[in-house]
Design a protein around this ligand. Structure first.
Ligand code: NAD
Ligand code: ZN
Length: 348
């Protein structure tokens, strides 16, 4: 799968993606004066030997960073730069980002800023990262806001070895599948129906999952190709995200996963859209264990200030990505009154 961004690159999905180090990407590795792996602590414990077994032809240095979201900090960012400097890295060095979206975001930001930018390859290890590894957004968090410090910077390639996904905890599978179904909602009814038929993510074969990831990446890539710097249609990728970000802000990060928040946000956006799939989606969400009950426990007023701060909103109005129908997203300004009344109707 090829992503035609400003700097085009390939996404390779499937067991065996790492074999490409010694094949297609050998020149890139051979030409690097240093190769540094930045790896999530949890992923290092589970999968670092597997990665290193594919890199035995090179002298690779490894830096382990905290697992998950806590890595997206100034401290980790600086620790990465210190490591690159202490290893005498230069503009000709290559960075490998090995972990979920959090690792990809911080390591990508490091790659984009070290000596004004060095090459990097994304090695995503979560389902959610099918979303984050494509599109070239990098970021760390500021205490006043998530992803507030970052760059647009494309990797040289994405090698997505699906074998690594087998160790994901169920909550992370849920989180990632939320973004997969989001990509279906904004693109393709037939694919959406196939996903809605899944009653237990464990029933998916590795081939099924690879196919869904590939489709999700294709949707994301097509949108990013047209709108790399988020001037227009890239906003559609925020389907479900206005409420999701508010829930994450209100509850504090870490209480529920990003994808879980997005599922709650999509159910709200579907109700605002008067979309025919709402009932089916709610059924799907509850059989697959998404915490829909939270919407009963959290008042609209607690979420409103966060929704007003959303990047899509301007001057205190509420903006949502809605669906005219499956595959037909649009951005709509919603009156506060209507938003409140609809939220209160969302009895799940
Ligand atoms: P994550 O990177 O925090 O990983 C989630 C958890 O799973 C972590 O505890 C991690 O240690 C663990 N893990 C990772 N791979 C594993 C594996 N193979 N087996 C077992 N455990 C594993 O979370 P994520 O959901 O991958 O990504 C979320 C992050 O991505 C957020 O910070 C979000 O802002 C960012 N994001 C970025 C973009 C973008 O365009 N750049 C898009 C969407 C999300
Ligand atoms: Zn998201």
């Amino acid at each position: 799968l090829r992503v035609e961004a400003n700097h085009p690159y390939m996404v390779h999905i499937g067991a065996g993606a790492f074999d490409l180090f010694a094949n297609a990407y050998r020149p890139l590795l051979d030409n690097a004066d240093r190769i540094v792996v930045i790896v999530d602590k949890q992923v290092a414990e589970l999968h670092l030997p597997y990665l290193l077994a594919h890199l035995t032809d090179w002298d690779v240095r490894v830096l382990t960073i905290p697992a998950g979201e806590s890595a997206k900090s100034v401290e980790t960012f600086m620790a990465c730069h210190s490591f690159l400097l202490s290893e005498n890295c230069s503009r000709a060095s290559l960075l490998l980002a090995f972990g979920g979206g959090a690792t990809g975001d911080v390591a990508g930001f490091v790659a984009s800023t070290f000596m004004r930018g060095i090459s990097f390859i994304q090695l995503p290890t979560t389902i959610l990262a099918h979303d984050s590894a494509v599109g070239g957004k990098t970021a760390i968090n500021h205490k006043l806001g998530k992803n507030m410090i970052g760059t647009f910077y494309q990797p040289k390639a994405v090698l997505y070895d699906s074998k690594l996904l087998a160790t994901l905890p169920v909550q992370e599978v849920r989180s990632g599948m939320a973004e997969v179904i989001k990509h279906a909602f904004i693109s393709n009814e037939e694919w959406l129906n196939e996903l809605l038929a899944i009653e237990n993510f464990k029933d998916m074969t590795e081939d099924d999952l690879n196919r869904h990831l590939e489709k999700g990446i294709a949707v994301k890539a097509a949108i990013v190709e047209e709108d790399e710097f988020e001037g227009g249609i890239r906003k559609y990728l925020n389907f479900g995200h206005t409420l999701a970000h508010a829930l994450e802000g209100h509850l504090g990060y870490g209480k529920l996963t990003h994808g879980e928040a997005v599922v709650l946000g999509m159910s709200y956006a579907l109700l605002l859209s008067e979309h025919s799939k709402l009932a089916g989606f709610i059924r799907w969400s509850s059989t697959n264990g998404y915490p829909l009950h939270l919407l009963q426990e959290i008042h609209f007023e607690a979420l409103l200030p966060y929704m007003k701060k959303d990047k899509k909103s301007s001057r205190g109005t509420l903006n949502f990505v809605l669906l005219e129908r499956t595959g037909k997203p649009f951005v709509e300004q919603i009156e506060e009154q209507h938003a409140r009344a609809t939220y209160e109707k969302l009895v799940l």
